[in-house]
Design a protein around this ligand. Structure first.
Ligand code: PMV
Length: 326
C-alpha cells in the first residue's frame, strides 16, 4: 500500500451511568448500557502511519516508546483494522494526550477512539460512525462513547453488531462542566480490563445490573429536562453502586483514598448550600465534580482547598472524534 498517514483527535468521557463488567470479555460486550459526557477540553491526538518499509509496528505514547503491555494492546487493535482492510502493512503510531499523563485520568477512551479513526482513515476504509464505535469498543469499552460528542449512550447489545454508542444530545443541549479533582497522579494498580473480569465475583453485581435500566431512564429524563437535582441523585447513586461492586469483588478493589472521601463530602455539602454539583468516580481515586456553568467558579475555588487535592482540571462538553490531518 506504500505510505498512508492520518491524524485524529478524540476526547475522554465521564460516565454518568457506568459500564462495569462484561457479557463477553473478548469482544468487550458490556453487561449494561452506559451514558457519558464527552470532555471537550481534554484530548488525545494520534497519528497512524502505515509504511511498507516497517518490519514491525512502532508505538510511541506521550513522546516515549510504549510499554510492552500498551504496545501489545495497540498492535492487537491495529490487527483488527488490518484484517478488515485486508493488508499486512506495519504502522508507526504516535499518540499524545494534552491532559497530564500522570493525572490518573484514564486515557484509554480518547486513545482508542483516536487510534481507531486515524487507522481506519489511513487504510482508506469507509466505515460509518456506528461501525467506528463498535471497532473502538473492542480496543477499550469506553472508547465506543468517545467517538461521539455531547451526551452519549452506549447500547449494551448482545452481539457485536448491537453494541455501539450514539449521541443523544449535543454539547450545547446542557453545557455542564466537569471539574476533575486530582488527588493521586500515579497509574492505577488494577486497570479496568482486569476490573471488568472481577465484577461478576461480587454478589452485588447482579443487583446493580438488574437496577441499571431504572437508573438509565432517570438519567436520560434528567438530561432531557435539564433537571440537575434528579441528575445529581442518580449519578452519585450509580457511581456508589459501581464502587460497592468493586469493594465486594474477590479480590476486592478499593480505589478511593482519604481525599476521595473528603471530596465526596465536600460536594454533598456544596449541594446542600445551593450549588448544582454532584460527584462521579471512575476506577481511580480522582473525583469528577459535575456542575452547571454558573456554579463552576465557586465550586472550583472550594475544591482546590480540599486537603489532598493536587490540582483541579476543568472541561466542558465537547465533540466526537475527528480527523485533523491526512
Ligand atoms: O473502557 P474501560 O475498560 O477503561 O472501562 C471504563 C470503566 C469506567 O471508567 C470505570 C466506567 C465507564 O463507564 O467509563
Amino acid at each position: 500500500m506504500g505510505e498512508r498517514k492520518a491524524t485524529a483527535r478524540a476526547h475522554p468521557n465521564i460516565a454518568l451511568i457506568k459500564y462495569w463488567g462484561n457479557l463477553n470479555h473478548e469482544q468487550r460486550l458490556p453487561a449494561n448500557t452506559s451514558l457519558s459526557i464527552t470532555l471537550g477540553d481534554l484530548e488525545t491526538r494520534t497519528m497512524v502511519f502505515f509504511d511498507d518499509r516497517l518490519k514491525a509496528d512502532e508505538i510511541f505514547i506521550d513522546g516515549a516508546p510504549a510499554s510492552e503491555t500498551a504496545s501489545q494492546r495497540v498492535q492487537t487493535h491495529l490487527d483488527r483494522i488490518r484484517r478488515i482492510a485486508d493488508i499486512e502493512t506495519r504502522a508507526s503510531v504516535d499518540s499524545k494526550s494534552t491532559f497530564p499523563s500522570g493525572a490518573g485520568i484514564a486515557s484509554s477512551a480518547s486513545a482508542f477512539a483516536a487510534l481507531t479513526l486515524a487507522a481506519v482513515v489511513a487504510c482508506d476504509l469507509q466505515l460509518d460512525p456506528r461501525e467506528l464505535s463498535r471497532l473502538a469498543r473492542q480496543g477499550s469499552g469506553s472508547a465506543s462513547r468517545s467517538m461521539f460528542g455531547g451526551f452519549v449512550v452506549w447500547h449494551a447489545g448482545e452481539t457485536d453488531a448491537e453494541s455501539y454508542a450514539e449521541s443523544i444530545a449535543g454539547k450545547n443541549h446542557w453545557p455542564l462542566v466537569d471539574l476533575i479533582a486530582i488527588v493521586d497522579a500515579s497509574h492505577k494498580t488494577v486497570g479496568s480490563s482486569q476490573g471488568h473480569r472481577l465484577a461478576e465475583t461480587s454478589p452485588l453485581q447482579n443487583a446493580r445490573l438488574a437496577d441499571a435500566p431504572r437508573r438509565l431512564a432517570i438519567c436520560l429524563q434528567a438530561i432531557m429536562q435539564r433537571d440537575f437535582s434528579a441528575l445529581a441523585t442518580i449519578v452519585e447513586q450509580d457511581s456508589n453502586m459501581m464502587h460497592a461492586v468493586m469493594m465486594t469483588s474477590n479480590p476486592a478493589l478499593l480505589y478511593w483514598s482519604p481525599a476521595t472521601i473528603e471530596l465526596m463530602k465536600t460536594v454533598t455539602r456544596l449541594r446542600s448550600e445551593g450549588l448544582s454539583i454532584c460527584y462521579s468516580i471512575d476506577a481511580g481515586p480522582n473525583v469528577h465534580c459535575i456542575c452547571t456553568p454558573e456554579h463552576a467558579d465557586a465550586a472550583l475555588e472550594e475544591l482546590r482547598h480540599v486537603p489532598g487535592v493536587l490540582d483541579v482540571l476543568a472541561s466542558r462538553s465537547g465533540d466526537g472524534a475527528e480527523i485533523i490531518e491526512t
